[in-house]
Ligand binder design. Structure first.
Ligand code: NAP
Length: 324
């Protein structure tokens, strides 16, 4: 089978298609023929060796796929054969290798897809969907004014909708460029500010009477801008693993303003039950058109580098998928 790997860290060009033996379903596992493989921004960072976690080489990226069960291992219910499933590799014992034609996973982790949900949309609801589901669970938005950075991206586009659906008073979207701003507004954001304009913090302040929660999925220097717009007593939820740049002085300033800093990491929140129920909830919302999923790019495996480039150059809107 074909799979994507990188054998050195670098630009999108380090991604290459290699021929590997097709995996076999071991006892308790299913073999899934991949119809769509999701790409996440953290994989772009990982490929460039800019992420919190450094993988061994060769590395096989891809933590989420959707497809059809093609074989089952010993002890697995044969009724799973030919079922359409989501495969959350990120929650499994082998959390990688999704940019490929086949994957295996413990049968208990494969989540059935509703008939009305496409394979592509299912991938958008896995890491990104679960992040957008759990961020507001950790820091509830009801009645509060929120800032959602990268609001046209995979996490951001879902977070705008889920937070709004949970009664946020005002959702301020931050996004780079007009097309992304328009997209965020179409998802229900109350205002959309262009993050590529240097004076974006002033524009955020003009658009509301104080941001009460920032869901910081971007990190780096942008976090200081978030502190500029955070109201006294507000909460910064930091979710950009590996990109924390606040100084002790920044944190002291937060203390003086009664502000809270909260960490967010998805994986430790996901017991198998919470994972399955979260995915089932997201799949149901999307299948019934109560949650809009946008697919912003589809690429064959051999163009995985182009897909990464689209994300890296900030040209992506919504979810980017590989179609093996
Ligand atoms: N803590 C967790 O457990 C967790 C889980 C999932 C994801 N995340 C984080 O959530 C973020 C969003 O993930 P995603 O997969 O949905 O990605 P995405 O939002 O679809 O794409 C990344 C977006 O980030 C913005 N961006 C800001 N600075 C950038 C830069 N220097 N280079 C490229 N893009 C930049 C761009 O939007 P604009 O042009 O609009 O700024 C870009 O479109 C990622 O940072 C990821 O690491 C965290």
């Amino acid at each position: 089978m074909k799979a994507v790997q990188f054998n050195r860290f670098g630009g999108p060009e380090v991604l290459e298609v290699v021929e590997l033996a097709r995996p076999a379903a071991m006892p308790g596992e299913v073999l899934v023929k991949v119809a769509a493989a999701g790409i996440n921004f953290f994989e772009v960072l990982m490929r460039a060796d800019r992420y919190a976690v450094k993988p061994g080489l060769p590395a096989f990226p891809g933590v989420e796929v959707a497809g059809t069960v093609e074989a089952v291992g010993d002890g697995v219910d044969r009724r799973l054969l030919r079922q359409r499933v989501a495969v959350p590799l990120f929650a499994s014992a082998r959390p990688f290798g999704g940019y490929a034609q086949y994957v295996t996973i413990a049968a208990g982790l494969a989540v059935p897809l509703p008939e009305m949900l496409s394979f592509e949309d299912a991938t958008a609801l896995m890491v990104q969907g679960l992040t957008a589901l759990h961020l507001p669970r950790q820091s509830p938005p009801a009645g509060r004014t929120l800032l959602v950075p990268a609001a046209a991206g995979g996490v951001g586009s879902l977070l705008v909708q889920l937070a709004k659906g949970q009664g946020a008073r005002r959702v301020i979207a931050l996004a780079g460029g007009k097309a992304k701003r328009d997209f965020a507004l179409s998802l229900g954001a109350d205002a959309a500010i262009d993050s590529s304009e240097a004076d974006w913090p002033a524009r955020v302040r003009d658009a509301c009477d104080g941001v009460e929660i920032v869901y910081d999925t971007v990190g780096g220097a942008l976090t200081n801008g978030f502190l500029d717009v955070l109201a006294p007593g507000g909460e910064l939820v930091f979710a950009a693993l590996g990109r924390f740049q606040l100084s002790a002085l920044d944190i002291e300033t937060m203390i003086g303003r009664n502000q809270a800093l909260r960490g967010f990491a998805l994986l430790p929140l996901l017991s198998p039950d919470i994972l399955r129920s979260g995915l089932a909830q997201l799949f149901e919302l999307a299948a019934s058109a109560r949650l809009k999923v946008a697919i912003g790019g589809r690429f064959p495996l051999h163009e995985a580098g182009e897909a990464h480039r689209l994300l890296e150059e900030r040209r992506a809107i919504g979810k980017i998928v590989l179609l093996p």
